[in-house]
Design a protein around this ligand. Structure first.
Ligand code: PMP
Length: 348
């Protein structure tokens, strides 16, 4: 006989339906990172956004953007979507498109994006244009300028700009934040979020700060990234999906209490540690976020065991040639001492 304690989700028509109510997008679990949290004497939590159908948080955004464009009758089933992105939004749009229309997708993808994700995009029929990481957003060769030109030159094409689209904030303010409030029963001291477009951090902070007085919100970017201060400098970091060389227009910096920069080595080592110790198959930006949460926790009083929530945005499975490759990590000097020793030991 079935146990009365089990309440599995109801049957849905499609993993990628047109809203959160008729798909398996959203309603992601929160897991306690016990190994890392216990060491730091905090309650460290992680919202597992890689349990979305395509393996990243961007399914939420893609669904919201398409639904908005369709409701406003701004696209036809034959429209080409032109998408400048570090990768995950293009994957989500390509997966969702056949459930919505017959949209063709052109992805403007930075040279930093892993070969694994490029293969994934190709298998979904996405036309890919690689763009230089050094180019400033305003430069003619930046992914934004090229995307704008393609969208203008091509008949029946539309630019999907997640860096400026209010839907990228609202979906998190309305859905992701509401889930967190319920899951955490309104009790949270610190929220730590990786930032690229600023959609996640702005949307979550907007709702959660009004509902949880005193909540501190921490933004995370790679070393050398200029999102917080807007100073144009080298873009030569390796961690994908966070950071940038300008401040996106949807990012509301006044909602962010502190910024933390994390090095490539710390990010990759921490991501591998989370996979190994917590059994959570996360990507490199999740390593940056957990490393930042642990650093921030050092400044907190431990008397009441502060509760810190991190958002783990995508799956490590999309990084088998980088994050999951010992050789790639060694070649780029991205292992910490303990990890390098353990790899050397297992190779004997
Ligand atoms: N981590 C991953 C894996 C992502 O795909 C993104 C979005 N590019 C982020 C972090 C940053 O989120 P946001 O764009 O909402 O700032």
């Amino acid at each position: 006989m079935a146990s009365t304690k089990i309440t599995p989700p109801a049957i849905v028509d499609s993993v990628l339906g047109t809203s959160i109510l008729c798909s398996t997008i959203g309603n992601t679990p929160i897991v306690r990172l016990s190994a890392a949290g216990n060491k730091a004497q905090v309650e460290l939590l992680a919202k597992i956004e890689f349990s979305n159908p395509s393996g990243s948080i961007k399914d939420r955004v893609a669904q919201r953007i398409l639904a908005g464009l369709e409701a406003a009758k701004k696209i036809k089933s034959t429209t080409t979507l032109v998408v400048p992105s570090s990768g995950n939004l293009v994957i989500s749009l390509a997966l969702l498109s056949p459930r919505h229309g017959q949209y063709k997708v052109i992805g403007l993808v930075a040279e930093r994006t892993s070969e694994d994700r490029i293969q994934l995009l190709k298998s979904l029929g996405v036309e890919i244009v690689r763009t230089p990481i050094e180019a400033h957003a305003d430069a003619a060769e930046s992914q934004f300028s090229i995307a704008k030109k393609i969208a203008t030159d091509l008949a029946d094409a539309i630019l999907i700009d997640e860096f400026a689209d209010a839907a990228n904030v609202e979906v998190h303010a309305q859905e992701t934040a509401e889930e967190i409030l319920i899951q955490c029963e309104g009790r949270l001291d610190v929220l730590v979020v990786g930032v690229e477009t600023g959609g996640t951090i702005t949307g979550l902070a907007k709702t959660l700060k009004t509902k949880i007085p005193g909540l501190k919100v921490v933004g995370v970017e790679p070393e050398h990234s200029s999102i917080q201060d807007g100073v144009n400098r080298s873009s030569a970091w390796k961690v994908e999906d966070i950071g940038g060389n300008f401040t996106p227009s949807i990012l509301n910096k006044s909602l962010v209490d502190a910024w933390i920069k994390v090095s490539d080595q710390e990010s990759y080592s921490t991501a591998r540690q989370i996979i190994r110790e917590e059994g959570l198959y996360c990507g490199p930006s999740s390593g940056s976020v957990v490393a930042a949460a642990l650093r921030y926790s050092e400044s907190l009083s431990k008397e009441t065991k502060p509760r810190i929530l991190t958002i783990l945005n995508d799956t490590g499975r999309n990084y088998s040639s980088t994050l999951l490759s010992d050789d790639w990590l060694l070649e780029h000097d991205l292992m910490d001492e303990a990890m390098a020793q353990s790899v050397a030991y297992h190779r004997h």
